[in-house]
Design a protein around this ligand. Structure first.
Ligand code: FAD
Ligand code: SF4
Length: 333
């Protein structure tokens, strides 16, 4: 049976100093932060994760949601997904975020799951979760059986010859469209990382999923002030209506003035190895009339570089229709 040491520090500095003893960064590290536990404990039960030490961060004062002086939002790392989704400011000004969170998991899971934990949840690739199988992400250098095997739910954007795992987060996709910033406290001090730079593409190091270094603790996430007059939609397509991960999803934040799209921030989920912001779709939309033909054109641009595998080619058209429909929903909202 796997045994581990457990601590429950009251301050972030102690948590960071303890975690800094890890040999690697958070993913697969021997010293790990424990937040809601809905990813980590799950994977420990499967023997996919086997940390020697767990640092419970639930006593740290990181569970507040505050409006910032510039009119943005500061979300503590241990804010529960339910509390964020139902927060009045999130519902009013960041509806895409509230919708994305409520489209994920189940009410019980959202009551436990935290902001930082959600951003760091790990792939649902079946080979990753089965220690009898090789997997480059779990054991670097062992191979990627998904490429020739079961890949229906896996990624078509941002993949490499070493890993095609989908990033499963819904919340992260909305945060990508909202241009969130992730705030990290580490052994060398604090830093702020734009979400676009936080998750790494798999390349030839799929075991490394984010820019976090040993000891790095996410303390909070900030959102810039809401885009005035924007219309926001999160649309998630999946095999069943609830309690299922996305096959394709779209987070849309657009502004329409005089019938033309004047601002657009678009991100895709369920189809990529990280929350996938699409500057191609945004460029195709801005300055154009807000109509079905242009929405479809933007979707074509977003999926231009898609690289399907044996079982997931259907995701290209699914993602295009998802984004087109999400834009249509936003335009008519
Ligand atoms: C059955 C099931 C269905 C689900 N369906 C969905 C879905 O449809 N959509 C979706 O988006 N998600 C879904 N999820 C995933 C769920 O959202 C995540 O498990 C959850 O958000 C993780 O948060 P947590 O606080 O429980 O993380 P934990 O399990 O506590 O931690 C996850 C990882 O983050 C690290 N960590 C946690 N906090 C910090 C911090 N502050 N700084 C640095 N590292 C930290 C931990 O060390 C660990 O590596 C589902 C999960 C389950 C079990
Ligand atoms: S896709 Fe990634 S996570 Fe899945 S088996 Fe391949 S290397 Fe492992």
């Amino acid at each position: 049976m796997h045994t581990f040491q457990f601590s429950r520090p009251k301050d972030a500095a102690t948590a960071v100093a303890t975690a800094a003893q890890a040999k690697t960064a958070q993913q697969g590290a021997d010293v790990r932060f424990l937040a809601g536990g809905t990813t980590l404990i799950d994977l420990m039960k499967l023997n996919v994760e086997a940390p020697a030490r767990l640092i419970d961060i639930n006593r740290l004062p990181l569970d507040q949601i505050e409006v910032t002086p510039d009119g943005g939002l500061k979300i503590g790392a241990t804010v529960r997904n339910s509390d964020l989704a139902h927060h009045p400011t999130a519902q009013r000004d960041y509806a895409v975020l509230s919708q994305a969170i409520l489209a994920g998991a189940s009410a019980q899971l959202r009551n436990m799951a935290t902001t930082a934990g959600n951003l760091l949840q790990r792939t649902r690739c079946v080979y990753f979760r089965d220690t009898a199988m090789p997997c480059n992400k779990r054991e670097p250098g062992t191979g990627c059986p998904a490429i020739t095997g079961s890949n229906r739910t896996l990624a078509i954007l941002g993949t490499s010859d070493h890993c095609i795992a989908t990033n499963p987060s819904d919340m992260g996709v909305a945060m990508a469209a909202l241009e969130a910033t992730i705030h990290v406290q580490g052994p060398k001090g604090s830093r702020a990382v734009p979400i676009s730079e936080f998750h790494l593409l798999p390349g030839n190091t799929p075991q490394r999923e984010t820019v976090l270094e040993p000891g790095d603790l996410i303390t909070h996430v900030t959102l810039p002030p809401p885009l005035a007059g924007s219309r926001q939609v999160y649309l998630k397509l999946r095999d069943r209506a609830s309690y299922e991960f996305a096959l394709a999803s779209a987070a849309v934040v657009i502004r329409i003035d005089g019938g033309n799209v004047t601002r657009a921030r678009i991100a895709l989920g369920g189809v990529a190895t990280k929350p996938w912001r699409s500057p191609e779709a945004e460029a195709a939309l801005v300055g154009q009339p807000a109509n079905q033909a242009n929405f479809r054109q933007a979707a074509e641009s977003a999926l231009r570089d898609a690289r399907p595998q044996s079982e997931n080619g259907f995701k290209i058209e699914l993602a295009k229709r998802c984004l087109t429909h999400a834009l249509q929903m936003a335009a008519t909202s």
